[in-house]
Design a protein. Structure first.
Length: 169
């Protein structure tokens, strides 16, 4: 089994929940009728509705009619069998284990440090970079700021806006 998402807070009054996605293909995973195994075990959850609201997926499940029932699902992980993962093309995203230890450089080749973590968030992920002096730097992991990830070369190129590198100094 692999984790597709973690349920967050309830949204509205009709039993919808926000989810933190852990898949690079949510539009393929979140289809009406999909049945998820849950952890902790709350029985299987069958997807009743799916919609995107301000870049956050809102899911409704059969048997979850209201906000109270939705709140009871908070922090539940939604899982699917491993073979379901093989059915999805995985060209758009990166897993933390793919990025750890890669050298982080500016477009001109200046070394900033190395990738020490990838923090997944509801709105955007954050790339954690350990600087040579040991300090940590968080960079939003979006294409505008991280235009290149080259696993073969062991490099991540970041193009931060002015002032981002000085935060926390």
């Amino acid at each position: 089994m692999f984790v597709v998402a973690r349920i967050g807070k309830a949204h509205g009054l009709r039993g919808e929940v926000t989810v933190q996605t852990h898949t690079d293909a949510p539009e393929e995973r979140f289809t009406v009728g999909t049945e998820f195994v849950t952890e902790p075990d709350r029985g299987p959850l069958t997807l009743r509705s799916v919609r995107l609201h301000q870049q956050t997926y809102l899911l409704g499940f059969e048997g979850v009619p209201d906000r109270t029932a939705a709140e009871a699902l908070r922090n539940t992980r939604l899982l699917l069998p491993e073979d379901a993962e093989a059915d999805v093309e995985d060209d758009d995203g990166w897993y933390e284990e793919d990025l750890l230890g890669l050298t982080v450089t500016l477009p001109d080749g200046t070394v900033l440090g190395e990738v020490s973590a990838l923090h997944t968030r509801d709105v955007q992920d954050l790339l954690e970079v350990r600087r040579p002096d040991g300090r940590e730097l968080l960079i939003p992991f979006v294409e505008e700021l991280v235009p290149e990830v080259d696993e073969e070369a062991g490099r991540v190129v970041v193009d931060p806006p002015e002032g981002l590198l000085e935060l926390g100094d």
